[in-house]
Design a protein. Structure first.
Length: 311
């Protein structure tokens, strides 16, 4: 298959490298210091407990405009870049490409559909712990590396089975979701809870779940997200947040979130699309979201990165 990966960070770098290893024609869109290091080294290096991978630098470009045809486009940029990326993919969807966002949040596909035909946008989520350790090097931590994808209800599923098969043959744990909208929201509920608490409290999940006050904060952050999802028409179980707490108790005690990692490094946060997204969607739907609102307010000074001392 002809695959374009927009964003060669932890998510895009890992999954794109596995697909390239399997013999697919994969082109990566990267930029900045990461792209410069890849070109200087001659390859992207992916370190993983499942095996190291290298992707030759000749497969990297700076813009989707440099790619003329594709079967599937994987979007793996940070959420604030979605609008700009979507605007640059129309020539590929006009040629028949399908677009699969592996980003966080539930508003990502709404943004894509503002610029692209609805039928061209698949729904999907991924589960992986992978980061850019240094420019040119992606590190995959732990064995988990899973993609769930599917066409949204009412839209044709052309190409879904073919891409699913490509992922499986590349060694990726992949699944076609029966109700992909619900799958996207289920991940959003969990991710919002994990991100909100580990970032605001600045402690890993073991500490969060072990303290009665922060444990309840985690449950209520997720419960608010469930309420917003149900109000938007998604078939979420009303008790989904409680069920997720049982799953939380099985997580490694030292587990944290990518947003907490970004806060620690002084990077920009995806806050407006996580707890902030729950708040904005709740406001539109008339659903109270006081816990997410508090998290969003507490973290607001860090949204664009570490604030200057004299700001």
């Amino acid at each position: 298959m002809r695959i374009v990966v927009v964003g060669a960070g932890g998510v895009g770098g890992y999954f794109g490298a596995r697909l390239a290893e399997a013999g697919h024609e994969v082109t990566f869109v990267a930029r900045g210091r990461h792209l410069a290091a890849i070109r200087e080294r001659g390859a992207l290096l992916v370190r993983s407990p499942l095996g190291e991978a290298r992707v030759d630098a000749r497969h990297f470009v700076e813009s989707p405009a440099e790619v003329h045809q594709a079967d599937v486009v994987l979007v793996a940029v940070k959420l604030w870049d979605t609008e700009d990326v979507a605007a640059g993919l129309r020539h590929l969807t006009d040629g028949g490409a399908r677009v699969l966002s592996l980003q966080n949040g539930v508003q990502k596909d709404t943004v894509l559909r503002r610029h692209l035909p609805e039928d061209a946008v698949w729904g999907g989520v991924c589960y992986i712990a992978a980061v850019i350790e240094e420019p040119g090097v992606v590190v995959h931590r732990g064995p988990m590396q899973r993609i769930v994808l599917g066409a949204y209800q009412g839209h044709p599923a052309d190409g879904v089975a073919e891409f699913h098969e490509a992922c499986v043959k590349a060694g990726i744990d992949a699944e076609v979701g029966a109700d992909i909208a619900r799958t996207v929201w289920e991940k959003y509920v969990f991710l919002t809870g994990l991100s909100a608490t580990t970032t605001a409290v600045r402690q890993p999940i073991g500490v969060i779940r072990g303290n009665p006050a922060t444990r309840e904060l985690l449950r209520e952050v997720m419960a608010e997200a469930v309420a917003v999802g149900r109000a938007s028409g998604v078939d979420l179980d009303e008790a989904f947040a409680d069920a997720q707490m049982a799953a939380v108790d099985t997580l490694p005690a030292g587990m944290t979130s990518s947003m907490a990692h970004d806060l620690e490094r002084g990077n920009r946060l995806e806050l407006p699309w996580l707890s902030g997204g729950v708040v904005s969607l709740g406001r539109e739907l008339g659903v109270p979201t006081p816990r997410n609102r508090t998290v969003a307010d507490v973290l607001a000074p860090y949204e664009l990165g570490r604030p200057a001392p004299d700001a």
